[in-house]
Design a protein. Structure first.
Ligand code: FES
Length: 92
């Protein structure tokens, strides 16, 4: 894939998932935040405080800026492994 920023992507299996209705691919075992970041998806939610865009910042479960909705549950994208068929929505 052109623009793919992943290192070592040749030795892992490709899986597909959906983000806001769009089908994307990821490498099996990487986090959802890493998969979205690698494909240029920086906005994962909109702040309720200032209506500004928010996205992964710490990538280790501390900042809570990467919260997304999976099956109606809010969860941290940086602590969620991608799997085939995962359906994710940004938080608005
Ligand atoms: S990027 Fe900070 S909690 Fe996920």
């Amino acid at each position: 894939m052109a623009g793919d920023l992943r290192i070592g992507s040749a030795w892992t299996r490709t899986v597909s998932f959906r983000f806001d209705g769009e089908t994307l691919t990821a490498r099996e075992g990487e986090t959802l935040a890493a998969a979205l970041y690698a494909q240029g998806r920086r906005t994962l939610r909109i702040s309720r405080d200032d209506s500004g865009p928010r996205g992964a910042f710490c990538f280790m479960g501390v900042c809570q800026e990467c919260v997304v909705s999976i099956d109606g549950r809010l969860t941290e994208a940086c602590r969620t492994p991608v799997h085939n068929g995962l359906v994710v929505e940004s938080v608005r």
